[in-house]
Design a protein around this ligand. Structure first.
Ligand code: NAD
Ligand code: UDP
Ligand code: UDP
Length: 321
């Protein structure tokens, strides 16, 4: 099997490359290194079955592969709002190019979509048949609507050109190899705690997310790609059902660090969703998938990683590299 992972030098992409190589695939990681880093795949560069290509998915590319995982797209609000027009292009033109490639070489293709397609949801927990509550003109729209169009393209190439497609709606995922300056809440909190800084809680901290550990997420992606059911092209939520407020996360982290952590409140970003929890019934039923790592265990592993990373990287939390 020859497998292309776009966004392969990113947080999730690099873990996926590790997993596919372990499963015996030849892996091509394609990345423009906007938010990703060669450091994430440095341990793979000598492997004969691994190849890194510096390329932007907005530009067409000719490759011969059996599987495509299309993960290229900045995922942290700080990064995807840095150049919102580019974010839309990456999601839309990137998906179009990868679908064109999949059509040409008859490859199976998985699109990394997101819980953001549900926006600030009015249905809770979110099931895949919920159409969402998304602001089309706000600061998060470049990401949310870009991913919604990517899903539309996947479905249209499936119906029109019989491309073998998969859509995964990923809910907040964290773990080792998130960048120190990524800007998402778990990495920000851990880095701040390790530096002895106050944790920046946006708003009153009562908003919720359901945090999935990266190993569980990768297992879900691979399971969906392997799934052969007649309904395989339908979107599947992958994420944790353990819904927590940001205040809860601060407490869990305090337990791991071994001291009460001070917080500093900042204003809540515009259009920040109030609640988010996946209904993962479809993943469980079709893929036999469910998350296994508790928040406490996952945070422990992630904190261990950041102890090393914080001393290497100098970037401030939330800064754009
Ligand atoms: P990340 O920022 O670490 O990884 C994204 C990777 O894509 C980076 O390596 C970046 O350099 C690369 N990239 C960005 N634009 C590109 C372009 N135009 N051409 C080529 N490469 C490009 O983020 P991540 O958390 O690993 O996210 C991976 C995918 O999963 C993204 O598509 C994201 O939308 C999706 N996702 C992630 C989460 C999460 O919680 N981690 C949640 C929902 C969806
Ligand atoms: N594409 C690509 N690699 C390929 C095949 C296609 O990057 O191996 C791009 C192609 O340049 C086009 C897009 O994918 O911009 C969609 O391709 P498709 O063949 O579906 O559409 P068309 O080229 O007919 O517009
Ligand atoms: N958040 C926070 N402090 C931070 C970064 C984020 O309180 O330093 C909040 C943010 O407002 C949101 C939640 O944490 O309510 C998750 O944010 P993240 O950017 O990780 O993911 P997303 O909003 O895309 O789900």
């Amino acid at each position: 099997m020859r497998t292309l992972v776009t966004g392969g030098a990113g947080f999730l992409g690099s873990h996926l490359c590790d997993r596919l190589l372990a499963d015996g695939h030849d892996v091509i990681a394609l990345d423009n290194l906007f938010t990703g880093s060669k450091r994430n795949v440095a341990h793979l560069l000598d492997r004969p079955r691994f190849e890194f290509i510096r390329h932007d998915v907005v530009e067409p590319i000719l490759l011969e592969v059996d599987w495509v995982f299309n993960l290229a797209c900045p995922a942290s609000p700080v990064h995807y709002q840095y150049n919102p027009v580019k974010t839309v292009k990456t999601s839309v033109v990137g998906a179009l190019n990868m679908l064109g490639l999949a059509k040409r070489v008859k490859a199976r293709i998985l699109q990394a979509s997101t819980s953001e397609v549900y926006g600030d949801p009015q249905v809770h927990p979110q099931t895949e048949d919920y159409w969402g509550h998304v602001n089309p003109i706000g600061p998060r729209s470049c990401y949310d609507e870009g991913k919604r169009v990517a899903e539309t393209l996947m479905m249209d190439y499936h119906r029109q050109n019989k491309v073998d497609t998969r859509i995964v709606r990923i809910f907040n995922t964290y773990g080792p190899r998130m960048a120190v300056g990524d800007g998402r809440v778990i990495s920000n909190f851990i880095v701040q705690a390790l530096r002895g800084e106050k944790l920046t809680v946006y708003g009153d901290g009562k908003q919720t997310r359901s945090f999935c550990f990266v190993d569980d997420l990768i297992e879900g992606l691979v399971s969906l790609m392997q799934y052969e059911g007649a309904d395989a092209h339908e979107p599947v939520n992958i994420g944790s059902s353990d819904e927590r407020s940001m205040n809860d996360v601060v407490e869990c982290l305090g337990e791991i660090i071994g001291q009460k952590l001070d917080v500093e409140h900042r204003s809540l970003p515009e259009d920040d969703p109030l609640r988010r929890q996946p209904n993962t019934g479809r993943a469980k039923e079709r893929l036999g998938w469910q998350p296994r790592t508790s928040l406490l265990d996952g945070l422990r592993k992630t904190t261990d990683y950041f102890r090393g990373a914080v001393s290497v990287e100098g970037a401030a939390c939330g800064d754009v590299k």
